[in-house]
Design a protein around this ligand. Structure first.
Ligand code: 5GP
Length: 206
């Protein structure tokens, strides 16, 4: 069976990563081809977030024990909390031929790319920094201090944009278009010769 794609999606706060991924997983046509890698984090759950679905919510002690045990493919500290990808969320899924989606920040994305050079990295962006700021204030779930921290982090993260394979823009009210861009990327990536090394052998075998 063909291996699934490892798709790494990053995007600053307010880029609509969560909404976009929800849209893809709910798609009757595409949803079943994708599995979400549930990360571990030490941050507190936001209203509506479910342990084991959105994240594995761990204490700092538990997280550090997992690091010590070598359970993490990558991890980082972001705005005062640990976030990391559990190895057990990745390997088996790809072998089943499923596309695995990791939603991680820039440092994590670059670390994944080092371990899996064939991973496809996508940066999701709001149309502009001004729109991002307006979205964060509109969300109303975070303090001004946290909003400022996330905006400052965005400036830093975008210096790494060149390390990504694709940039996709999330314009207001256009989630369907964002999902279509991602399907197009996945479709093209699956056709790359580097993922079809046995194409000639198959061609002559029939
Ligand atoms: P949030 O607190 O908004 O859910 O996530 C904060 C940031 O952490 C986001 O940029 C998100 O992509 C990133 N993140 C979530 N899970 C992981 C992970 O497993 N590893 C890394 N490196 N970053 C993650």
């Amino acid at each position: 069976m063909k291996q699934g794609l490892l798709i790494v999606v990053s995007g600053p706060a307010g880029s609509g990563k969560g909404t976009t991924l929800k849209h893809i997983f709910a798609s009757p046509k595409h949803g079943k081809k994708y599995t979400f890698s549930v990360s571990a984090t030490t941050r507190a759950p936001r209203p509506g977030e479910v342990d084991g679905v959105n994240y594995h919510f761990l204490s700092r002690e538990e997280f550090e024990a997992r690091i010590a045990r070598g359970d993490l493919l990558e991890y980082t500290e972001y705005c005062g909390n640990y976030y990391g990808t559990l190895k057990k969320e990745t390997e088996a899924v790809l072998e089943r031929g499923q596309n695995l989606v990791l939603e991680v920040e820039v440092e994590g994305a670059m670390n994944v790319k080092r371990v899996y050079p064939e991973a496809v990295t996508i940066m999701l962006l709001p149309p502009s920094f001004a729109v991002q700021e307006a979205r964060l204030r509109g969300r109303g779930t975070e303090t001004e201090e946290k909003i400022q921290a996330r905006l400052a982090r965005t400036r830093e993260e975008l210096t790494q944009l060149e390390g990504y394979d694709y940039v996709v823009y999330n314009r207001d009210g256009k989630i369907g278009a964002v999902a279509e861009d991602i399907y197009a990327i996945v479709r093209a990536e699956a056709l790359r010769v580097l993922r079809n090394k046995d194409a000639a052998a198959h061609y002559f075998a029939e």
